[in-house]
Design a protein around this ligand. Structure first.
Ligand code: PEP
Length: 251
């Protein structure tokens, strides 16, 4: 059975006090047993978040990391640093990193290798722009991102991958892909994985949807056959909306 995952990506939001308040509230919640709950706070709050949730079924995730082990990279964070504060999962290839910080498929494949060498799980983001969607090239765009960023991995390496399909036009815009659009792309991603690896690996790979998921649309999106959960931005900043999304899977 594939994992169901709801992961909150806080981006550059929530300072230490806000992070403390959020986790104090989140720790009081009951989670469905079959859903993995993850939160990616700012780097500065990873240590606090990890320590405060140690006894709870909440995984603390990093939003990014550098591809090198150590060295003269002012402002950057290594895999070893993340592991030293208990982080075992990292988001790579978020469209904001690709667009605002020039992260290319080549760079991302290096980051992927470093994360795998460090035995980390990767939530690898892919997704097309509005222009690419309108031009009808969205499946090719996503397929190229998968091929260049991930498909060099061995079968064993690929088992540490969670894919997050995030159409760029739906991130932070309030516009969500329709459940049909999400399902179509998730099925296409799963079929690419089957082609490059095997049916077995494709069936086991969790594929999350991200892009303006909210309490009122999560159930319909999560109800699609190939959607295994969500990567949630804005709606993960408040416990109430985040928990409604965590509880949105139909049995
Ligand atoms: C994201 O940043 O990964 C995201 C999906 O954001 P939002 O839910 O706010 O669209």
């Amino acid at each position: 059975m594939r994992k169901k995952i709801v992961a909150g990506n806080w981006k550059m939001n929530h300072d230490l006090a806000e992070t403390e308040t959020f986790f104090n509230e989140l720790k009081k919640q009951m989670f469905p047993e079959d859903v993995e709950v993850m939160i990616a706070p700012a780097f500065t709050n990873l240590n606090h978040a990890f320590t405060s949730t140690r006894e709870h079924p909440i995984e603390i995730v990093a939003q990014n990391m550098h591809q090198s082990d150590k060295g003269a990279f002012t402002g950057e964070i290594s895999a070893a640093m993340l592991k030293s504060v208990g982080v075992k999962t990292v988001i790579l290839g978020h469209s904001e990193r690709r667009a605002e910080f020039g992260e290319t498929d080549d760079l991302l494949s290096e980051k992927v290798n470093t994360a795998i060498e460090n035995e980390m799980t990767i939530i690898f983001c892919v997704g097309e722009s509005l222009e690419e969607r309108k031009a009808g090239t969205h499946e090719q765009v996503v397929s190229k991102q998968l091929e260049e960023g991930l498909f060099h991995l061995s079968d064993v390496g690929f088992k540490n991958i969670v894919v997050a399909y995030e159409p760029v036009w739906a991130i932070g815009t309030g516009e969500t892909a329709s459940p049909e659009q999400a399902q179509e792309m998730h099925a296409s991603i799963r079929s690419s994985i089957a082609k490059h690896y095997s049916d077995g690996i494709a069936k086991e790979t969790a594929i999350l949807y991200g892009g303006s998921v909210k309490p009122d649309n999560a159930a319909e999106i999560f109800g699609q056959e190939d959607v295994d959960g969500g990567l949630i931005g804005g709606a993960s900043l408040k416990v109430d909306s985040f928990m409604k999304i965590v509880n949105a899977f139909q049995k």
